[in-house]
Write a new protein. Structure first.
Length: 306
Protein backbone atom coordinates (compact mmCIF):
# COMPACT_ATOMS: atom_id res chain seq x y z
CA UNK A 1 0.00 0.00 0.00
CA UNK A 2 1.28 3.45 -0.96
CA UNK A 3 0.20 6.70 0.68
CA UNK A 4 1.23 9.89 -1.09
CA UNK A 5 1.20 13.08 1.02
CA UNK A 6 1.16 16.44 -0.76
CA UNK A 7 1.76 19.83 0.79
CA UNK A 8 0.60 23.20 -0.51
CA UNK A 9 3.55 23.61 -2.86
CA UNK A 10 3.08 20.17 -4.43
CA UNK A 11 -0.63 20.80 -5.00
CA UNK A 12 0.04 24.17 -6.59
CA UNK A 13 2.76 22.86 -8.85
CA UNK A 14 0.71 19.86 -9.96
CA UNK A 15 -2.61 21.50 -10.88
CA UNK A 16 -3.04 24.65 -12.96
CA UNK A 17 -6.10 26.86 -12.61
CA UNK A 18 -7.21 25.91 -16.13
CA UNK A 19 -7.03 22.21 -15.24
CA UNK A 20 -8.97 22.83 -12.03
CA UNK A 21 -11.68 24.80 -13.84
CA UNK A 22 -12.13 22.08 -16.45
CA UNK A 23 -12.26 19.36 -13.78
CA UNK A 24 -14.75 21.24 -11.61
CA UNK A 25 -16.93 21.96 -14.66
CA UNK A 26 -17.07 18.23 -15.41
CA UNK A 27 -17.82 17.62 -11.76
CA UNK A 28 -20.81 19.99 -11.73
CA UNK A 29 -22.20 18.30 -14.82
CA UNK A 30 -21.75 14.93 -13.10
CA UNK A 31 -23.45 16.25 -9.98
CA UNK A 32 -26.44 17.37 -12.04
CA UNK A 33 -26.53 13.93 -13.69
CA UNK A 34 -26.76 12.22 -10.30
CA UNK A 35 -23.32 10.61 -10.33
CA UNK A 36 -22.40 11.58 -6.76
CA UNK A 37 -23.35 10.61 -3.23
CA UNK A 38 -22.65 13.83 -1.37
CA UNK A 39 -23.98 14.39 2.16
CA UNK A 40 -24.35 17.94 3.40
CA UNK A 41 -21.16 18.74 5.26
CA UNK A 42 -20.88 18.42 8.99
CA UNK A 43 -20.25 21.79 10.64
CA UNK A 44 -19.08 22.04 14.23
CA UNK A 45 -18.56 25.13 16.38
CA UNK A 46 -20.57 27.29 13.93
CA UNK A 47 -18.48 26.18 10.96
CA UNK A 48 -15.03 26.40 12.50
CA UNK A 49 -14.61 22.65 12.01
CA UNK A 50 -15.93 21.09 8.79
CA UNK A 51 -16.11 17.55 7.43
CA UNK A 52 -17.04 17.00 3.77
CA UNK A 53 -17.28 13.84 1.71
CA UNK A 54 -18.18 12.76 -1.82
CA UNK A 55 -18.47 9.39 -3.55
CA UNK A 56 -18.36 9.20 -7.34
CA UNK A 57 -20.21 6.07 -8.32
CA UNK A 58 -18.91 5.69 -11.92
CA UNK A 59 -15.26 5.59 -10.78
CA UNK A 60 -15.85 3.99 -7.36
CA UNK A 61 -13.75 6.73 -5.80
CA UNK A 62 -14.28 8.82 -2.70
CA UNK A 63 -12.89 11.96 -1.06
CA UNK A 64 -13.09 12.99 2.58
CA UNK A 65 -11.95 16.44 3.72
CA UNK A 66 -11.56 17.62 7.29
CA UNK A 67 -10.54 21.16 8.09
CA UNK A 68 -10.60 23.94 10.62
CA UNK A 69 -11.38 27.58 9.80
CA UNK A 70 -10.08 30.49 11.87
CA UNK A 71 -9.97 33.93 10.27
CA UNK A 72 -7.73 35.23 13.08
CA UNK A 73 -4.79 33.12 11.93
CA UNK A 74 -2.87 32.65 8.69
CA UNK A 75 -3.62 30.51 6.86
CA UNK A 76 -7.28 30.58 7.91
CA UNK A 77 -7.99 27.11 6.47
CA UNK A 78 -5.98 24.03 7.42
CA UNK A 79 -6.67 20.31 7.24
CA UNK A 80 -6.44 17.27 4.98
CA UNK A 81 -8.07 15.86 1.86
CA UNK A 82 -7.97 12.06 1.57
CA UNK A 83 -8.59 10.27 -1.76
CA UNK A 84 -9.24 6.55 -2.17
CA UNK A 85 -10.78 4.05 -4.60
CA UNK A 86 -12.21 0.57 -4.21
CA UNK A 87 -9.93 -1.09 -6.75
CA UNK A 88 -6.56 -0.29 -5.16
CA UNK A 89 -4.88 0.03 -1.79
CA UNK A 90 -3.13 3.33 -2.54
CA UNK A 91 -4.29 6.58 -0.93
CA UNK A 92 -3.52 10.23 -1.50
CA UNK A 93 -3.49 12.87 1.23
CA UNK A 94 -3.34 16.54 0.23
CA UNK A 95 -3.23 19.88 2.00
CA UNK A 96 -6.85 20.99 2.45
CA UNK A 97 -6.05 24.70 2.37
CA UNK A 98 -4.52 24.53 -1.10
CA UNK A 99 -7.25 22.24 -2.44
CA UNK A 100 -10.01 24.42 -0.98
CA UNK A 101 -8.80 27.72 -2.38
CA UNK A 102 -8.05 26.12 -5.75
CA UNK A 103 -11.42 24.39 -6.09
CA UNK A 104 -13.32 27.48 -4.87
CA UNK A 105 -11.56 29.59 -7.45
CA UNK A 106 -12.25 26.96 -10.10
CA UNK A 107 -16.01 27.03 -9.37
CA UNK A 108 -15.96 30.81 -9.76
CA UNK A 109 -14.12 30.35 -13.05
CA UNK A 110 -16.80 27.95 -14.29
CA UNK A 111 -19.62 30.28 -13.26
CA UNK A 112 -17.94 33.40 -14.61
CA UNK A 113 -17.28 31.72 -17.95
CA UNK A 114 -20.97 30.82 -18.16
CA UNK A 115 -22.57 34.00 -16.83
CA UNK A 116 -20.29 37.00 -17.36
CA UNK A 117 -20.44 39.01 -20.59
CA UNK A 118 -17.88 37.78 -23.14
CA UNK A 119 -16.11 41.15 -23.09
CA UNK A 120 -16.13 41.61 -19.30
CA UNK A 121 -12.60 42.68 -18.38
CA UNK A 122 -12.93 44.81 -15.23
CA UNK A 123 -12.94 42.92 -11.93
CA UNK A 124 -13.46 44.27 -8.44
CA UNK A 125 -12.35 41.83 -5.74
CA UNK A 126 -13.62 42.46 -2.21
CA UNK A 127 -11.49 40.62 0.31
CA UNK A 128 -7.77 40.04 0.78
CA UNK A 129 -7.72 36.74 2.68
CA UNK A 130 -6.58 33.28 1.67
CA UNK A 131 -9.28 32.78 -0.96
CA UNK A 132 -8.69 36.10 -2.72
CA UNK A 133 -5.80 35.36 -5.08
CA UNK A 134 -7.42 32.27 -6.60
CA UNK A 135 -10.61 34.23 -7.24
CA UNK A 136 -8.59 36.57 -9.45
CA UNK A 137 -6.63 33.78 -11.11
CA UNK A 138 -9.83 31.94 -11.99
CA UNK A 139 -11.60 34.97 -13.43
CA UNK A 140 -8.49 35.97 -15.39
CA UNK A 141 -8.30 32.46 -16.85
CA UNK A 142 -11.76 32.74 -18.43
CA UNK A 143 -12.01 36.53 -18.87
CA UNK A 144 -8.56 38.11 -19.36
CA UNK A 145 -8.57 41.22 -17.20
CA UNK A 146 -7.77 44.72 -18.34
CA UNK A 147 -8.28 46.15 -14.87
CA UNK A 148 -8.39 44.73 -11.33
CA UNK A 149 -9.45 46.66 -8.24
CA UNK A 150 -8.68 45.01 -4.89
CA UNK A 151 -10.74 46.19 -1.94
CA UNK A 152 -9.45 45.58 1.57
CA UNK A 153 -10.31 46.99 4.96
CA UNK A 154 -6.68 48.00 5.26
CA UNK A 155 -4.71 49.35 2.37
CA UNK A 156 -1.62 47.41 3.40
CA UNK A 157 -3.14 43.98 2.79
CA UNK A 158 -4.66 45.10 -0.49
CA UNK A 159 -1.31 46.44 -1.69
CA UNK A 160 0.45 43.23 -0.65
CA UNK A 161 -2.04 41.13 -2.65
CA UNK A 162 -1.68 43.51 -5.59
CA UNK A 163 2.09 43.02 -5.54
CA UNK A 164 1.63 39.23 -5.54
CA UNK A 165 -0.76 39.28 -8.48
CA UNK A 166 1.02 41.92 -10.53
CA UNK A 167 3.71 39.42 -11.50
CA UNK A 168 1.05 36.99 -12.75
CA UNK A 169 -1.27 39.43 -14.54
CA UNK A 170 1.03 41.01 -17.10
CA UNK A 171 -0.70 43.94 -18.79
CA UNK A 172 -3.49 44.24 -16.20
CA UNK A 173 -3.94 47.58 -14.46
CA UNK A 174 -4.17 46.84 -10.71
CA UNK A 175 -5.63 49.29 -8.22
CA UNK A 176 -6.40 49.12 -4.51
CA UNK A 177 -9.28 50.63 -2.56
CA UNK A 178 -10.91 50.55 0.88
CA UNK A 179 -14.52 51.45 -0.03
CA UNK A 180 -16.41 48.55 -1.68
CA UNK A 181 -19.42 50.70 -2.56
CA UNK A 182 -17.36 53.05 -4.71
CA UNK A 183 -15.17 50.27 -6.10
CA UNK A 184 -17.97 48.15 -7.63
CA UNK A 185 -19.53 50.99 -9.64
CA UNK A 186 -18.00 50.31 -13.06
CA UNK A 187 -16.94 46.68 -12.56
CA UNK A 188 -18.24 44.10 -15.01
CA UNK A 189 -17.35 41.27 -12.61
CA UNK A 190 -17.37 41.42 -8.80
CA UNK A 191 -15.93 38.74 -6.51
CA UNK A 192 -16.80 38.74 -2.81
CA UNK A 193 -14.51 36.69 -0.57
CA UNK A 194 -15.05 37.96 2.96
CA UNK A 195 -16.44 36.70 6.29
CA UNK A 196 -19.03 39.52 6.28
CA UNK A 197 -22.22 39.25 8.29
CA UNK A 198 -24.04 42.06 6.45
CA UNK A 199 -24.14 43.10 2.76
CA UNK A 200 -20.96 44.64 1.41
CA UNK A 201 -22.74 47.10 -0.92
CA UNK A 202 -26.29 48.05 -2.00
CA UNK A 203 -27.55 46.78 -5.35
CA UNK A 204 -27.78 50.39 -6.52
CA UNK A 205 -23.99 50.66 -6.41
CA UNK A 206 -23.59 48.09 -9.20
CA UNK A 207 -23.58 48.62 -12.95
CA UNK A 208 -26.71 47.66 -14.87
CA UNK A 209 -24.87 44.70 -16.40
CA UNK A 210 -22.59 42.86 -14.00
CA UNK A 211 -21.77 39.35 -12.83
CA UNK A 212 -21.24 38.85 -9.08
CA UNK A 213 -19.56 35.85 -7.43
CA UNK A 214 -20.06 35.44 -3.67
CA UNK A 215 -18.03 32.72 -1.95
CA UNK A 216 -17.08 34.15 1.44
CA UNK A 217 -20.27 33.52 3.43
CA UNK A 218 -20.66 29.81 4.18
CA UNK A 219 -22.82 29.87 7.33
CA UNK A 220 -26.39 31.14 7.96
CA UNK A 221 -24.95 33.92 10.14
CA UNK A 222 -22.82 35.27 7.26
CA UNK A 223 -23.99 37.45 4.39
CA UNK A 224 -22.22 39.37 1.60
CA UNK A 225 -25.05 40.26 -0.83
CA UNK A 226 -28.21 42.37 -0.38
CA UNK A 227 -31.71 40.97 -0.95
CA UNK A 228 -32.45 43.50 -3.69
CA UNK A 229 -29.56 42.22 -5.83
CA UNK A 230 -30.82 38.64 -5.60
CA UNK A 231 -34.35 39.83 -6.41
CA UNK A 232 -33.13 41.55 -9.57
CA UNK A 233 -30.63 39.00 -10.88
CA UNK A 234 -30.35 35.58 -12.46
CA UNK A 235 -29.20 33.53 -9.46
CA UNK A 236 -27.07 30.40 -9.92
CA UNK A 237 -25.97 28.35 -6.91
CA UNK A 238 -23.61 25.43 -6.40
CA UNK A 239 -26.11 22.99 -4.84
CA UNK A 240 -29.64 23.61 -3.55
CA UNK A 241 -29.50 21.58 -0.35
CA UNK A 242 -26.22 23.18 0.67
CA UNK A 243 -27.29 26.79 0.15
CA UNK A 244 -30.66 26.29 1.84
CA UNK A 245 -28.83 25.08 4.94
CA UNK A 246 -25.70 27.23 4.88
CA UNK A 247 -26.01 30.40 2.77
CA UNK A 248 -26.95 33.44 4.82
CA UNK A 249 -27.76 35.40 1.65
CA UNK A 250 -30.16 32.82 0.26
CA UNK A 251 -31.79 32.06 3.60
CA UNK A 252 -32.35 35.78 4.31
CA UNK A 253 -33.69 36.54 0.82
CA UNK A 254 -36.10 33.61 0.94
CA UNK A 255 -37.43 34.61 4.34
CA UNK A 256 -37.80 38.22 3.21
CA UNK A 257 -39.72 37.16 0.09
CA UNK A 258 -37.10 38.71 -2.21
CA UNK A 259 -36.71 35.43 -4.09
CA UNK A 260 -38.38 32.03 -4.29
CA UNK A 261 -36.79 28.60 -4.60
CA UNK A 262 -37.75 28.31 -8.27
CA UNK A 263 -35.45 31.26 -8.98
CA UNK A 264 -32.41 29.25 -7.86
CA UNK A 265 -30.61 27.30 -10.59
CA UNK A 266 -27.85 24.84 -9.74
CA UNK A 267 -24.63 25.39 -11.68
CA UNK A 268 -24.62 21.88 -13.16
CA UNK A 269 -28.13 22.41 -14.52
CA UNK A 270 -27.18 25.83 -15.85
CA UNK A 271 -24.18 24.36 -17.66
CA UNK A 272 -26.37 21.77 -19.33
CA UNK A 273 -28.97 24.36 -20.35
CA UNK A 274 -28.41 28.08 -19.90
CA UNK A 275 -30.47 29.51 -17.01
CA UNK A 276 -33.49 31.62 -17.82
CA UNK A 277 -32.49 35.27 -17.71
CA UNK A 278 -33.85 37.60 -15.04
CA UNK A 279 -32.45 41.01 -15.89
CA UNK A 280 -28.88 41.83 -16.92
CA UNK A 281 -27.32 41.05 -13.58
CA UNK A 282 -26.13 37.55 -12.70
CA UNK A 283 -25.07 36.09 -9.37
CA UNK A 284 -23.19 32.93 -8.50
CA UNK A 285 -23.61 32.04 -4.85
CA UNK A 286 -21.40 29.23 -3.56
CA UNK A 287 -20.93 27.75 -0.11
CA UNK A 288 -18.63 25.07 -1.52
CA UNK A 289 -19.53 21.41 -2.02
CA UNK A 290 -17.46 18.26 -1.64
CA UNK A 291 -17.65 17.39 -5.33
CA UNK A 292 -15.30 20.31 -6.01
CA UNK A 293 -12.70 18.85 -3.64
CA UNK A 294 -13.20 15.44 -5.24
CA UNK A 295 -12.56 16.94 -8.69
CA UNK A 296 -9.22 18.45 -7.68
CA UNK A 297 -8.25 15.36 -5.66
CA UNK A 298 -8.90 13.20 -8.70
CA UNK A 299 -6.51 15.34 -10.75
CA UNK A 300 -3.87 14.86 -8.06
CA UNK A 301 -4.52 11.12 -7.88
CA UNK A 302 -4.19 10.79 -11.65
CA UNK A 303 -0.84 12.58 -11.54
CA UNK A 304 0.70 10.97 -8.45
CA UNK A 305 -0.93 7.53 -8.21
CA UNK A 306 -1.19 6.84 -11.92
Amino acid sequence: MTTISLGEREVREAVSMREAIDAVRRGFLGLAAGEFDMPTRTALRDGQFLVMSAHHRPTESAMVKTLSVNFDRAPAITGTVVWSTLDRLDHLIADAGAVTTLRTGAAVGVATDLLAAPDADRLTLIGTGGQAADQVRAVHTVRPLRRLTIVGTTGERARSLADTLRAELDGTEIRTATDPVAAVGDARIVCCATPATSPLFPASALAAEVHVNAIGAFRPTMRELPDELLADATVVIDELGAVLEESGEIIHALRAGAITRDRLTELGTALASAPAGHGKRTVFKSVGVAMQDWAVARLLADKFLG
